[in-house]
Design a protein around this ligand. Structure first.
Ligand code: NOJ
Ligand code: CA
Length: 537
């Protein structure tokens, strides 16, 4: 399937860079990243070749969940700066031709948000029904069996008014009641506020949880749960997430976004591909795309990845736009999951698939998870449910800019430990090294941006002669590429496919074969990926 490349929007042709603001660049020496720090680094994001930057939340917050507990949706937390700093960031982004996407957190607020402070004050407060309040179960205890993602019940009893309130995450993150039209009005105003300030869209947090079962039925047990998984997975979220009633809300968000030029709505939902389709909208447009996290979850082997790409491509109806992600602030880093050598192969995959790539800061230099000693754990998930490897601090370590103190991230001790390898693995060194991971990612982004077949062409799977090798073509009217990815640590030889096909290496993940004529059999070195320009002749 192919949309005409010249008909594509910027967010289809381009790529998005995800910044976790606490960890990107600290400009005022308090060990916490901030907006002036990010502003100073936007030039880097542009140099790398990205088209937009998505900022994880920067709003005033008690930081129970590091900004995903919002106390004021239209302000900036003093730790990150001021609204003026934000406007300066926007001006710099405009100067560079970069777009800014905000994180939008509609499912819940902080317990310190004035709406919740009012809501919990009395059963008769005008904000009472802005949140989800229920009486205790007939015999006492929580109203139903729903579990919080971060451990324990998703209900907390509030003695002031004698009812329980719902929180899909921490008890410090009460869920808003989207069945109340006042909530929707107020939250659409929040979107309008940032759109008026010039942002080009939102990554919508926990979008699948916005609306819950109207009857609050118990969730059924999950027969696939295995010990070692987050306890939350003991049940299926049948009644607490992914309810069809949320789709009209997405349509109204989209209607608002469409009043502003070039705006994009991306939604975070960890759901099977078949379920994600609804989030694009049914009847009326919804999200531009829900995130597709399959590469984060999949075993790293050529057959598994090949078949998930093929299936996703086949299931996505015409006109719905794909996307791919290797990492984010909630998942262990790709270079830790599959190793640094394979992380290069993964980068080639990400940047040659059909669909918008979203890159997590630091993955472009091969940053790995940083172990955090028990006494420095910050993530509430790890604190609530320790010892299962659920903690997200390791993938949130400070960006490694250079070999100097604190990796150039800050002049003070950072809020999370800097990687021990930052003297060898950093932006400054890799910028100078034509064979570095950074050089590879930059080259791939440039090649992708220059070739309609890559940013907009068809994806054509090619049967692979070896279980370690994934092959596919990307094709547009006048150009054809073949991608050959060796997921293994041994050399592999592959035939080129159609007789008479020939071409040349555009880029190898090892950055040393550009221009080499392609002959069959093609030799892939261990952990090597090749992007080949092919033609018949
Ligand atoms: C998903 C966010 O990505 C994660 O960091 C956060 O903890 C939860 N949603 C709750 O907002
Ligand atoms: Ca700071």
């Amino acid at each position: 399937m192919m949309t005409r490349p010249d008909a594509l929007q910027w967010w289809q042709r381009g790529s998005i860079y995800h910044v976790y603001p606490r960890s990107f660049q600290d400009a005022n020496g308090d060990g916490i990243g901030d907006l002036p720090g990010i502003t100073g680094r936007l030039e880097y994001c542009r140099w790398l070749g990205c088209d937009a930057v998505w900022l994880s939340p920067i709003y005033p917050s008690p930081m129970a969940d590091f900004g995903y507990d919002v106390a004021d949706h239209t302000g900036v937390d003093p730790r990150f700066g001021t609204l003026d700093d934000f406007d300066r960031l926007m001006a710099e982004a405009r100067r560079l031709g970069l777009r800014i996407l905000m994180d939008y957190v509609p499912n819940h607020t902080s317990e310190q948000h004035p709406w919740f402070v009012a809501s919990r004050s009395s059963r008769h407060d005008p904000h009472r029904h802005w949140y989800v309040w229920r009486d205790p179960a007939p015999g006492g205890g929580p109203p139903n069996n729903w579990l919080s993602v971060f451990g324990g019940s998703s209900w907390t009893f509030d003695p002031t008014t004698g009812q329980y309130y719902l929180h899909s995450y921490l008890k410090e993150q009460p869920d808003l009641n989207w069945r109340n039209p006042e909530v929707e009005r107020a939250m659409l105003d929040v979107m309008r506020f940032w759109l008026e300030r010039g942002v080009h869209g939102f990554r919508i947090d926990s979008v699948s949880r916005l609306v819950k079962d109207a009857e609050f039925r118990d969730n059924p047990p999950n027969p696939d749960y295995r010990p070692g998984q987050a306890p939350y997975h003991q049940q299926r979220a049948t009644y607490s997430a992914d309810r069809p009633d949320l789709l009209p809300i997405l349509a109204r968000m989209r209607q608002l976004a469409d009043r502003y030029a070039d705006t994009v709505l991306l939604g975070e939902a960890y759901l099977p591909a078949a379920r994600l389709r609804a989030y694009y909208g049914e009847g009326r447009p919804g999200l531009h795309f829900p995130f597709n996290f399959q590469l984060i979850r999949s075993p790293w082997d050529a057959a598994a990845v090949g078949s998930l790409v093929e299936q996703y491509e086949a299931e996505l109806p015409a006109g719905l736009w794909p996307n791919w992600v290797l990492g984010n602030h909630d998942n262990h880093r790709v270079a830790t999951r599959i190793g640094r050598r394979q992380a290069r192969v993964a980068a080639m995959l990400l940047l040659t698939l059909r669909g918008t790539p979203v890159l997590y800061y630091g993955d472009e230099i091969g940053m790995v998870d940083v172990a955090v000693p028990a006494d420095r754990v910050r993530d509430p998930w790890e604190k609530n449910v320790p010892g299962l490897g659920l903690g997200r601090d390791p993938e949130r370590s400070p960006m490694q800019w250079d070999a100097g103190p604190h990796a150039g991230f800050s002049t003070a001790a950072p809020w999370l430990p800097v990687a021990g390898d930052h003297r060898q693995v950093n932006v400054a060194l890799q910028r100078e090294d034509p064979r570095s991971m950074l050089s590879l990612v930059r080259a791939l982004l440039a090649i992708r941006a220059a070739h309609p077949a890559l940013f907009g062409g068809r994806y054509v799977p090619v049967p692979s002669p070896h279980p370690d090798v994934m092959l596919y073509r990307r094709e547009a009217e006048n150009e054809r590429f073949l991608v050959a990815l060796n997921f293994g640590g041994a050399p592999r030889e592959i035939g080129l496919g159609s007789p008479g096909e020939r071409g040349s290496v555009v880029v190898s993940t090892l950055l040393d074969r550009a221009g080499e004529p392609v002959e069959t059999p093609l030799c892939l070195r261990p952990d090597e990926g090749l992007l080949l320009a092919v033609g018949s002749g």
